[in-house]
Design a protein around this ligand. Structure first.
Ligand SMILES: [Zn+2]
Length: 281
């Protein structure tokens, strides 16, 4: 018997080989084939994707109804018109007060002139100087009364125009309120119809997704969140329908070699790539 080291033991390999340096296959798959799912389930996943896309579109449609903007514009108009109406109504009541005051001024002057005229007509004032003074006061009161009456007229004109403005603005406020109500009615009808579609699609999605394996659905949801709402895409004529890129020949060969129930991923967009009879393989 020779020394033990004279014969190399079976399975010998150099001890200095670093751990983890196992050579990777050069045909390493670009997807993560660790997940398997029956081809029929993969096809059903596309149905879930279609329903999710439909739900996203409905949510977008709901947010961007033209009525939203229309109502916002009408409400801005309404608020502006209401401010103008309050200003016109304030001016109306201010000028009403001003008119009352101006009319009282006219009355005072008129009463004083009437008293003076009475004294003059009574014949009790005989002194020529007093007579002259009285006549002069009557004349000046007449002038004053005429001036004050002009003020009343001017105030009345301003009051009338404030009244007209308030009436016109009241009409416009009512018209805008009516248009707002109409737009809100249209918006509510549209929302009702969208919400009905959302309920139907949600129910259908629950049924279809409920029949899928949990791990496949979980992976799909995760990718969908990262990839703008699309987690699974059809492989259609060698093209990923998620990112629209055509698979190169290596990738096509990898897909051909992959097991039927392997869950494939697009190398470009990482979405679940579902094979169908139209995949062009
Ligand atoms: Zn892709």
């Amino acid at each position: 018997m020779g020394p033990a080291h004279a014969r190399l033991p079976y399975g010998h390999r150099p001890l200095d080989r670093p751990r983890g340096a196992v050579r990777h296959s050069h045909t390493e798959h670009h997807w993560s084939p660790q997940l398997n799912a029956a081809p029929a389930d993969q096809i059903r996943l596309l149905d879930v994707q279609d329903l999710d896309t439909r739900l996203s579109q409905l949510a977008h449609k709901r947010r961007s109804l033209p009525e939203h903007e229309e109502i916002q514009t009408l409400e801005a108009d309404l608020s502006q018109l209401r401010d103008l109406l309050v200003a016109a109504q304030t001016e109306e009541s201010d000028t009403a007060r001003e008119q009352t005051k101006a009319e009282q001024d006219v009355d005072q002057v008129r009463q004083r002139a009437a008293r003076d005229q009475q004294r003059l007509d009574s014949g009790m004032v005989t002194n020529p100087k007093d007579l002259e003074s009285l006549q002069s006061e009557i004349a000046s009161l007449a002038k004053r009364q005429s001036d004050l009456e002009d003020v009343v007229l001017e105030v009345m004109e301003r009051r009338e125009s404030a009244q007209e403005r308030a009436a016109e603005l009241t009409e416009r406020v009512e018209s805008v309120q009516q248009r707002t109500a109409e737009a809100e009615g249209r918006r509510d009808l549209a929302l009702e119809s969208i919400d009905h579609e959302v309920r139907m699609a949600t129910k259908e999605r629950e049924v279809v997704a409920g029949a899928l394996p949990a791990d496949l659905l979980k992976l799909y949801e995760k990718i969908r969140e990262q990839q703008g709402g699309v987690g699974a895409a059809k492989l259609f004529q060698r093209r990923c329908e998620g990112c629209r890129l055509e698979l190169n020949i290596t990738e096509v060969n990898d897909v051909r070699e992959a097991a039927e129930d392997a869950v494939l991923r697009c190398e470009n967009c990482r979405r679940i790539l579902v094979r169908t009879p139209e995949s062009g393989l």
